[in-house]
Design a binder for this molecule. Structure first.
Ligand code: AGP
Length: 607
């Protein structure tokens, strides 16, 4: 996912732009560039590779000097990573940076070709720059409005016009974009970490809004050129939250932030020992009649939904369907009045999840969003909203966001079961007290399982492929363990229901195929152990993530990570931690870019 920054103020802004871009590196990128007004001229410097390459190029060729400019980190979609495909892109009168995908860029390019426009890159972004240039009539705002009406797809744009050296323009159409408000200086950025060093005050641009920034003024218009008044937001976390704080990687920092993240998310929603979600628009009255529940999300967020399914069905006896958002939106789901659709999303901007939310609403279902990013699209469009308070999650691989998504699913399940009269207040208090005890136990696990996880990762680093297995909640959890491992270690991993292995997949088992078994559910212990013995007897190296009160024959496994025991239902919140640690250390040992794994973006705001 690309990163956009912009500055209008009194500082020499090349360094400001590059510094701001460095705070967006977590989004993943393969090239970077800036464009700065210097003595009335637009000076562009851009390079393939990391920001260091851009810095080196500017040192060699001279850094642009000026007080107004835009910058970009590119995650290639159209055209391979190269200097010429890097942003910014220009027409004669205009220079832009872009995040998103222009789906009709080919027909627009053909139109511009027919008008004699020549292109130097393979990007969809240059088509936008040339279309702005084609429509440019001396009025930037009219030009922008006319141009964006022709664009299909998702885009956020940072734009500077050669004839207006004191200002930058910003447009949001699906892809997020904020306007940072400083003292005598203003900013645009794709995300808050980019501006935190300079200001914590910002406007969130809404769909098809256009911002015009000079050093002293911010004006925001809608697509009809009407001025829009916006609420000024204030980031409630400081810059250090978006820094590593002494940890080697954001991921290991965020794994260690999990106890605090759970406390910040759960404690404010407990009153007199019971869940209280009234601040989220949720009361017994407005949830007790839901007949069917759908949980729709992507990746790790979907895996949190899988755990939620087991808990909600067990306690509240309401059928729960968990869907991958990109499947849900195209399968003509049987959803309507009386149903609840829960959208889980850390970023609140995942394109498929946002589209699923809109589809669910159009079908008449009530919607509940569980989101970490304040003010994000999914947060603003859902009927009911439970924010997770994990703070900014910078590492691409989600850890603390996942664990707080679990905590919210538990809170909601307890509340729903109580509202439906399926559990007593006493039972609900007991479950809630257990949930409140999880952070302290995770603190212990972080100390007790860290070295073992490191050791076990040394046994995995040369594997080409491995299986993650479990039953029930352990199976739901193994889905997340498998994704965590493969997305940052690049070892192929597959999660499999332990009881299903004998129906085909067990043919894969050799001494080259490690198996990680999650074994935390008392009622399934015996069955899972028999599945473990099945793979062990066929030569697999077996690692089990289990609980210290389980007696398991040592001949059934090679390595074991034990975690403290608590209510079976809450064990996923504990077992997730060693899974995360094993994935992290395996990735580190394999020398991978742990926080920014290849090919991945932190939030997938395009289809
Ligand atoms: C998490 O480790 C992954 N990087 C990814 O699967 C992520 O969970 C998914 O893209 C959904 O993102 P969201 O929670 O921001 O919607």
């Amino acid at each position: 996912m690309c990163g956009i920054v912009g500055y209008a103020g009194s500082r020499d802004c090349s360094d400001v732009l590059v510094d701001a871009l460095s705070k967006l590196e977590y989004r993943g990128y393969d090239s970077a560039g800036i464009a700065v007004f210097e003595n009335g001229e637009i000076k562009v410097s851009k390079a393939q590779g990391k920001l260091e390459m851009l810095r080196k190029k500017m040192e060699a060729e001279g850094k642009p000097h000026g007080c107004v400019g835009i910058g970009h980190t590119r995650w290639a979609t159209h055209g391979e990573p190269s200097d010429v495909n890097s942003h910014p892109h220009s027409g004669a009168d205009v220079t832009i940076v872009h995040n998103g995908i222009i789906e009709n860029y080919r027909e627009l390019k053909d139109f511009l070709d027919s008008k004699g426009v020549e292109f130097v890159s393979e990007t969809d972004t240059e088509v936008v720059a040339q279309l702005l240039n084609y429509y440019y009539d001396g009025s930037p705002l009219d030009t922008i409005i006319k141009t964006i009406r022709e664009l299909e797809g998702s885009f956020a744009l940072g734009i500077i016009f050669a004839a207006f050296p004191d200002r930058i323009y910003a447009v949001r159409h699906e892809s997020p974009l904020i306007v940072g408000v400083g003292d005598g200086e203003n900013y645009i950025a794709s995300d808050v970490p980019a501006i935190l060093k300079y200001t914590r005050d910002y406007y969130l641009l809404d769909h098809d809004e256009i911002a015009v920034l000079t050093k002293d003024e911010v004006r925001i218009y809608d697509e009809h050129k009407e001025l829009v008044s916006k609420e000024l937001m204030t980031a409630d976390w400081d810059e250090s939250a978006a820094e590593k704080g002494g940890y080697e990687h954001f991921m290991i920092k965020e794994i260690h932030e999990q106890p605090n993240a759970i406390n910040m998310t759960v404690k404010p929603r407990i009153r007199d020992g019971l869940p209280n979600l009234e601040e989220c628009g949720i009361t017994h009255e407005n949830i007790k009649d839901f007949k069917n529940i759908f949980v729709v999300a992507c990746g790790t967020a979907m895996h949190a939904g899988l755990v939620g399914k087991y808990v909600i069905e067990k306690l509240a006896r309401v059928p729960v369907t968990v869907d991958i958002a990109s499947e849900f939106r195209y399968r003509s789901p049987i959803v309507g009045e009386g149903d609840l659709v829960i959208i889980i999303s850390q970023s609140g901007e995942t394109a498929d999840s946002l589209a699923a939310l809109r589809l669910a609403k159009s079908l008449g279902a009530k919607t509940l969003a569980i989101v970490n990013a304040k003010g994000s699209s999914i947060a603003r469009e859902a009927d009911m909203l439970i924010y997770t308070h994990a703070g900014p999650e910078i590492a691409v691989a989600s850890t603390k966001a996942y664990i707080v998504q679990l905590s919210v699913m538990y809170l909601f399940a307890f509340e729903l079961a109580l509202a439906k009269g399926r559990i007593t207040e006493e039972k609900c208090r007991k479950l809630t007290a257990s949930l409140l005890g999880v952070p302290d136990i995770i603190e212990k696990i972080l100390k007790s399982s860290l070295e073992k996880s490191q050791y076990i990762s040394t046994k995995l680093i040369s594997a080409d492929s491995l299986l993650y297995i479990g039953r029930g909640l352990d199976y739901a959890l193994s889905m997340e363990g498998s994704l965590k491992l493969k997305e940052i270690s690049y070892i192929h991993s597959e999660s499999y229901a332990a009881g299903e292995l004998k129906h085909g997949t067990i043919s894969l088992i050799t001494d080259e195929m490690p198996v990680i078994a999650v074994v935390t559910q008392s009622d399934l212990l015996e069955k899972t152990v028999s599945n473990i013995v099945e793979v062990k007897s066929r030569g697999a190296m077996v690692i089990i993530i289990s609980r210290e009160d389980f007696t398991i024959d040592e001949k059934a496994y090679d390595f074991r990570i034990d975690i403290p025991a608590m209510d079976d239902m809450l064990m996923p919140m504990l077992a997730a931690v060693p899974m995360q640690l094993v994935a992290y250390y395996t990735s580190v040992l394999r020398g991978n870019d742990v926080d920014k794994p290849r090919n991945l973006a932190k939030s997938v705001t395009v289809e």
